[in-house]
Design a protein around this ligand. Structure first.
Ligand code: ATP
Ligand code: MG
Length: 157
């Protein structure tokens, strides 16, 4: 596991941009962590790094926003999902198991049983100061080169 401390919203955004610019087709990024820990802040950076110019707009369905960045992006916020079966009803597999797009899932732990095998989990939590957040990265083999590069990229120093 790799731990990085962010000391401001801007640092989280920059880290997100860095990550987003390196994500590849088929990647699945699971963001977990309590209210206000910075999942959306990080996701905003990741989307920018993926080349998504404008976010928001009308969702494909309530929990999913689809974007065309340099590759297709499926941005989920499953906060309101009480039962993973709700996603099954929406045909989530088409997205979660896509080999051409990137999934970016906020509150991903709510649907953990539906995750594909190769996931990059980023668990966010509060740090010591008001603007401190701890980002803990756990990734499948597929993400090892990315995480090694990240460990040396100079974030959280
Ligand atoms: N280092 C930091 N990184 C990210 N956000 C920070 C940091 N320090 C303070 N903040 C603040 O914490 C809040 C994070 O909000 P954000 O919406 O990104 O969290 P979230 O995890 O998506 O919350 P929710 O689960 O309610 O959607 C923002 O108000 C942001 O300004
Ligand atoms: Mg959020």
């Amino acid at each position: 596991m790799l731990r990085i401390i962010s000391r401001s919203p801007d640092e989280t955004l920059a880290l997100g941009r860095w990550l987003g610019s390196r994500l590849r087709p088929g990647d699945f990024v699971a963001l977990t962590g309590d209210l206000g820990t910075g999942k959306t802040a990080l996701a905003t950076g990741i989307l920018a790094g993926l080349g998504v110019a404008r976010t928001g707009g009308s969702p494909t369905f309530t929990l999913l926003w689809e974007y065309e960045g340099r590759i297709p992006v499926y941005h989920w916020d499953v906060y309101r999902v009480d039962d993973p079966a709700e996603l099954e009803d929406l045909g989530y597999e088409e997205y979660f198991f896509s080999e051409t797009g990137v999934n970016l899932v906020e509150w991903a732990d709510r649907v953990r049983e539906l995750w594909p095998d190769d996931v990059l989990e980023i668990a966010l939590s509060y740090g010591a100061g008001a603007e401190e957040r701890v980002l803990a990265f756990t990734g499948a083999e597929r993400y090892r080169p990315l995480l090694e590069e990240l460990a040396h990229a100079g974030f959280g120093l």
